[in-house]
Design a protein around this ligand. Structure first.
Ligand code: 5GP
Length: 195
């Protein structure tokens, strides 16, 4: 998606060969026009898949997931990284955080997903696929189907794509980075930009 890739080149910061900072437009300050375009692209990509709900993880995925849900006309659920005292019947899974290198508990209220729901996972990044696996496990506990994964930025040398493909889940990535370094910048993997 050219608009996203241009914004990454203009406003993203390569912190290391494996971490891209996107706080100027995606996960801290949010470019609302870009998010609207991303949401429309994911909605178009997964039209006809019978999606009944969109799911993401707080907080980086919320902006693109919300706009996707708006364009699809379905509710958005975001899984939480801490169990609030108000949650009455949670489902849990342990996930490893790529950026913080710690395990955390992902949870959501069981009643928000109904058995038979067809759920679309949206996230800001795909790296090692741990967030994807966590969501898949949460949905399995609720007998709901993971019907697709929409990823804004994939780092294609990391194992996330293989994990999604091995699970036979349709994957749409908008920008796929083949390599990056503070000195040499970003190269793109055009083969993986699937919608
Ligand atoms: P995974 O679970 O696929 O290993 O990593 C995906 C999650 O880690 C995303 O939800 C995102 O929050 C975070 N993440 C992975 N790589 C990056 C990165 O390069 N930059 C930022 N800002 N977050 C990342």
């Amino acid at each position: 998606m050219d608009q996203l890739k241009e914004t990454i080149l203009e406003k993203g910061k390569i912190l290391s060969p494996s971490i891209l900072k996107v706080d100027q437009f995606l996960n801290h300050c949010i470019d609302t026009e870009l998010m609207d375009a991303i949401g429309k692209r994911f909605a178009d990509c997964f039209a006809g898949h019978g999606i009944t709900k969109v799911i993401t993880i707080e907080s980086g995925g919320i902006a693109p997931a919300l706009m996707t849900a708006v364009h699809m006309g379905v509710p958005l659920i975001f899984a939480k990284k801490a169990v609030p005292s108000t949650m009455t019947d949670p489902v849990f899974v342990t996930v490893h955080s790529f950026t913080k290198n710690v395990d955390y508990t992902l949870c959501m209220e069981r009643s928000l997903i109904a058995p038979g729901d067809r759920v679309l996972f949206i996230d800001d990044f795909l790296a090692n696929g741990q967030a994807f696996e966590g969501i898949r496990t949460l949905l399995e506990q609720q007998q709901a189907g993971l019907a697709g994964a929409g990823i804004c930025i994939e780092k294609s040398w990391q194992p996330g794509r293989r994990i999604v493909e091995e699970a036979s889940i349709p994957l749409c990535t908008l920008a796929s980075i083949a390599s990056m370094s503070p000195e040499e910048g970003i190269t793109w993997n055009l083969d993986h930009e699937t919608c």
